[in-house]
Design a protein around this ligand. Structure first.
Ligand SMILES: NC(=O)c1ccc[n+]([C@@H]2O[C@H](COP(=O)([O-])OP(=O)(O)OC[C@H]3O[C@@H](n4cnc5c(N)ncnc54)[C@H](OP(=O)(O)O)[C@@H]3O)[C@@H](O)[C@H]2O)c1
Length: 439
């Protein structure tokens, strides 16, 4: 696999182009019933009350995904809300899990607290999946101060809200951020959910930040997926020393993103190799399971080191044991692991969670426009091929993100705009360099 650094001039890491030739025919052959109304308007129509979206009406395998045209548009209902026309969305492992019903009990409670009275209702349907959005603001509530219609924005949609595999999505102002100027919507959609997850894990659970990371040794397990490829770049931008575990065939990508040390876990002795290295200050575990057993021993003892896992049993427990039993069991598990680790080796055991955070995305936007973080898009699909995008993700072995182009025509125009911006930026950088030479 070629290095990302080698491709950095394009700023867009396209590792695997999954564009399909004739999407509607392909869908029909695959047995998906579709009826497309693709004349999306660029400006919001005050009269438009319905939109197109991929929805599920029940939990299950890929067959439950349905294209629907008559979904109610999520209009602005509170003064702090922003309505966004979706240009691109991306998929995360959570979308596969949620399609199957993962987290249904807790997320339903969050959407509708009254649902606790009647656990058997299916008020969440039709449910729209898709956690990332890059698009354009089309309407704002009366108290919105940071955005106006026409702004290009990006955001990670909380799992308890209707998702971005739709023409429009509505979020609160706090969850939204201005998208990086130098990325197209397709590129931008690959970042928000993994960025909000990584930042929440590193900052809130790991105590790291831009100004406190320069001497820190960080290990990331599962580094070749969405969260890993973003985290490597973030930590390098913050000046940390980054070690990553991944499959052998992802090594080029991971080194290209700036990782200092790469360990091939498929060789079988990853923890022995890691054990011979200097110990770590922070571990972000994106694999969980057995990895947790050996990873904690790689931390510096009695020095405030932190193990943060993204693979937590919270939603699994509430699904299988009910809300009260699940939350009690989860609290007990976390408390006993945290206590055991702090007493035995003086390391902090923590769970990392995605947290919606527009201001955090503002910071990421600056890093992207400064060329310090590149989007890593492995595959992209048109809006007609959302089920195929799910299939791709379900195969595992991600190398970055899978993106869905929702508004093709608008995205083509936006892509031209971005290309022009990049050209202008490159030209003005060249002018500055020439002036500096002359002086
Ligand atoms: N708690 C939260 O709020 C939260 C938020 C986001 C994500 N997550 C979880 O965090 C994990 C990572 O998320 P993601 O979006 O980055 O997933 P992803 O895009 O699917 O990436 C997972 C990566 O891990 C690699 N991998 C698999 N087994 C491995 C192992 N034993 N050692 C090292 N690498 C391994 C995979 O490639 P190969 O199989 O080819 O090696 C793949 O590149 C997922 O479990 C996800 O559900 C949790």
């Amino acid at each position: 696999m070629s290095s990302v650094r080698a491709m950095a001039s394009t700023r867009f890491v396209s590792l695997f182009n999954a564009k399909a030739a004739d999407s509607t025919k392909t869908l029909a052959r695959a047995g998906w019933s579709v009826c497309f109304r693709r004349n999306f308007s660029t400006a919001p129509s005050r009269l438009q009350s319905c939109m197109s979206a991929w929805v599920i009406d029940q939990y299950g395998t890929n067959g439950v995904l349905k294209f629907a045209e008559e979904i109610t548009v999520p209009t602005v209902n509170s003064p702090s809300e922003v309505m966004i026309k979706v240009h691109a969305a991306s998929l995360n492992p959570l979308d596969i899990s949620m399609r199957g019903g993962y987290g249904a009990k807790l997320l339903k409670l969050r959407r509708d607290p009254m649902s606790v009275m009647d656990n058997n209702n299916d008020s969440e349907f039709p449910l729209i999946l898709g956690r990332d959005v890059s698009g354009v603001v089309v309407d704002c509530g009366s108290e919105v101060t940071h955005f106006v219609p026409g702004d290009e924005v990006w955001a990670a949609v909380p799992p308890w809200k209707q998702g971005s595999l739709a023409e429009f999505v509505t979020l609160t102002e706090y969850e939204v951020s201005h998208k990086p100027k130098l990325l197209s919507h397709t590129e931008a959609a690959s970042i928000p959910y993994v960025a909000n997850t990584a930042l929440s894990a590193f900052v809130n659970a790991g105590g790291l930040c831009r100004d406190s990371s320069s001497n820190k040794r960080v290990l990331i397990t599962g580094g070749s997926g969405g969260v890993g490829t973003f985290s490597i770049q973030l930590l390098k931008a913050w000046g940390a020393h980054v070690t990553v575990t991944c499959s052998q065939n992802a090594e080029g990508l991971i080194r290209g993103l700036g990782a200092d040390e790469v360990v091939d876990y498929t060789a079988g002795d990853a923890h022995e190799q890691l054990g011979m290295m200097e110990k770590f200050d922070v571990i972000l575990d994106g694999v969980g399971g057995e990895t947790e057993q050996w990873a904690i021993g790689l931390l510096k003892p009695w020095s405030g080191a932190k193990y943060i896992t993204l693979v937590t049993p919270l939603l699994f427990n509430t699904d299988s044991m009910g809300l009260l039993g699940g939350m009690f069991q989860t609290g007990f598990t976390l408390h006993s692991k945290a206590t055991q680790n702090i007493i035995s080796s003086g390391v902090f055991y923590r769970w990392g969670f995605y947290a919606p955070d527009g201001p955090a995305l503002d910071e990421v936007s600056k890093l992207v426009d400064a060329g310090k973080i590149l989007p890593v898009v492995e595959a992209q699909f048109p809006f007609t091929q959302v089920p195929q995008a799910f299939q791709k993700l379900e195969q595992g072995h991600a190398r970055g993100k899978t993106v869905v182009r929702v508004a093709e025509e608008d995205e083509r125009q936006a892509e031209e705009l971005v290309q022009n911006r990049r050209k202008e930026t490159a030209e003005s950088e060249q002018e500055v360099q020439e002036m500096a030479k002359q002086n």
